[in-house]
Design a protein around this ligand. Structure first.
Ligand code: NG6
Ligand code: CA
Length: 520
């Protein structure tokens, strides 16, 4: 070791340009509502995704990768904390003015990597709340992602369809004019001058009409959830949002290229409202939803090119996944339902259900990993991996000690990223309480005792969506995922002992505590 500087000098190489082997950079390309079947490498025929297809060819594509929940907030909570969101109250889909649900000081994925000397950035959709009390959008917001382990943040507070429709960089609203302060409320109280978007005459003026919800604040011709006043100079542009996030992500890479970094790139594609940049319009026969998936692919391509530009491809673990399964009509009339049916596109691939669902389509998502020389190339892996494992696993792959994180819910599946085996079970959840437990072959879903409310339609291969998704939810179900990946046939009567075994495993996990103090 000590000889290294001498050798370097002798060879005419700067000592500083010959650092010891650095741990891998980690770039997490995270999609919003993109389904297992939406990418070309997962079988989509009508959505061109060349960048992600190439990533899969250069790396490993998982067929049993799971997010933790079938909606955004609980999935992202679990991804960053390594704790099942269903253990905690208040981790369902959050309004845009929610307080932050990840407490500063607790173990998180970014904090763990920051301890190892990583620069840690989050760019894109946050949706985990901000601040500790009533958020004042006109002041420094604290806590923000910067208090739970990120050294840089450029985010939207919640979702594109929720106010405030502004970007927040390191805890400050970007481009805010102090003379035009922002006020936000989720109390169904419009501000003076707000149009009533429930009136046909007002709806007719919208750039994109709503189908349910999304009839409160009017921003850029689109109705949103919640009311907002002021902040005119800070309001984002939906059509350039993807480019803005991508610019910030590339800027973070460029600024930190000389040290290890972790980038959590949380794209808004293809969440509603789907308003991709006009250059994507018509790239698929699926309307805005499909076009937004193409936009996501392009964003990934730009970030991968930025890594390549700085000579970092070989030093970087790139992981792509999604926060929950697909949905077609999620509250706006963007024609996804008709156009998907017409084009015979199945956003959940061979699975049943989608966003909000306890069936596979809800939480089995695309998962691709590339770390040249480490993750096998051109491999399709059936290893089971859950995003709740990312904090411990990424810490391990970064050369750190995941012991503290392993006391929570995630397990170390670094072997799966290096070509080996994954977990032996997966627990999935809907937005809150409905859970399922699967092992290598069987999946058990405890009945919720009553018919499930009607959820947004996902076009899948089963015509009786409502019956299977909602009506059957009342009773216990067992599916043989090997023989029946689409979960069509409840075989609980044939195999009561298997159902009982899985139920006991799930109950044991639940008994570890809901909302108990963390183990550290
Ligand atoms: C629902 C919204 C939906 C979407 C979702 C959150 C209505 C009727 N539906 O309540 O549009 O915003 O919340 O999606 O308002 S998620 O991907 O962030 O979890
Ligand atoms: Ca989502």
């Amino acid at each position: 070791m000590r000889l290294l500087p001498l050798v370097a000098l002798f060879c005419g190489i700067s000592v500083f340009a010959a650092p010891e082997k650095r741990p891998p950079n980690i770039v997490l390309l995270y999609a919003d509502d993109i389904g297992w079947g939406d990418l070309g490498c997962y079988g989509a025929k009508v959505i061109p995704t060349p960048n992600l297809d190439r990533l899969a060819a250069q790396g490993t594509r998982f067929t049993a990768g799971y997010c933790v929940a079938a909606t955004c907030t609980p999935s992202r909570y679990s991804l960053l904390t390594g704790e099942y969101a269903w253990r905690r109250k208040g981790t369902g889909v959050l309004p845009g003015d929610a307080t932050m649900i990840i407490q500063p000081g607790r173990p998180t994925l970014p904090a763990s990597l920051a301890q190892l000397g990583y620069a840690t950035g989050v760019v894109g959709k946050w949706h985990l709340g901000l601040g500790a009390g009533v958020v004042d959008w006109n002041k420094q917001i604290n806590p923000s992602p910067n208090q739970i382990g990120f050294s840089y943040s450029f985010i939207m507070a919640a979702t594109g369809d929720r106010v405030p429709t502004v970007f927040v960089e390191n805890g400050k609203v970007v481009g805010l004019d102090p003379q035009d302060p922002i006020e936000v409320n989720y109390k169904k109280t419009p501000y003076p001058g707000d149009p009533d978007l429930t009136l046909p005459a007002e709806r007719a003026k919208l750039k994109m009409d709503w189908s349910h919800g999304h009839n409160m604040a009017l921003v850029n011709g689109v109705g949103r959830i919640g009311w907002m006043k002021g902040g005119k100079s800070a309001i984002w542009n939906d059509e350039t949002m993807g480019d803005t996030f991508c610019d910030k992500a590339c800027g973070f890479i460029a600024a930190n290229k000389d040290k290890p970094f972790f980038l959590y790139y949380a794209s808004h594609e293809c969440h509603v409202p789907r308003v991709p940049n006009p250059r994507f319009l018509g790239r698929t026969p699926l309307g805005p939803r499909g076009d937004a998936v193409v936009a996501f692919d392009e964003q990934c391509g730009r970030i991968l090119a930025e890594l390549e530009k700085h000579g970092l491809t070989g030093d970087t673990l790139v992981v792509m996944s999604s926060d929950n399964g697909p949905v077609l009509d999620d509250g706006y009339k963007d024609h996804a339902v008709e156009l998907n049916a017409k084009a015979d596109h199945y956003p959940a691939g061979p699975f049943h259900g989608g966003k909000y669902s306890i069936l596979e389509g809800g939480t089995r998502v695309s998962l691709i990993a590339r770390w040249p020389g480490h993750t096998p190339a051109a491999k399709v892996s059936a290893a089971m991996v859950s995003q709740v494992d990312f904090p411990a696993t990424f810490t391990k792959l970064a050369g750190g000690d995941p012991t503290e994180l392993l006391k929570i819910d995630g397990v170390d599946v670094s072997a799966a990223f290096l070509g080996g085996v994954g977990r032996d079970y997966i627990i999935s959840s809907t937005q809150a309480t409905q859970l399922s437990y699967r092992d290598a072959r069987w999946k058990f879903i405890p009945g919720i005792g009553h018919r499930r409310g009607k959820s947004p339609t996902v076009v899948d291969r089963n015509e009786q969506n409502d019956e299977i998704e909602n009506l059957d939810a009342a009773k216990d179900r067992l599916f043989d995922l090997q023989a029946d990946p689409g979960e069509r046939k409840n075989v609980i009567t044939e195999h009561p002992e298997i159902a009982a075994r899985l139920k006991a495993m799930l109950d044991a996990q639940k008994a570890k505590g809901v909302g108990q103090p963390l183990p550290n």
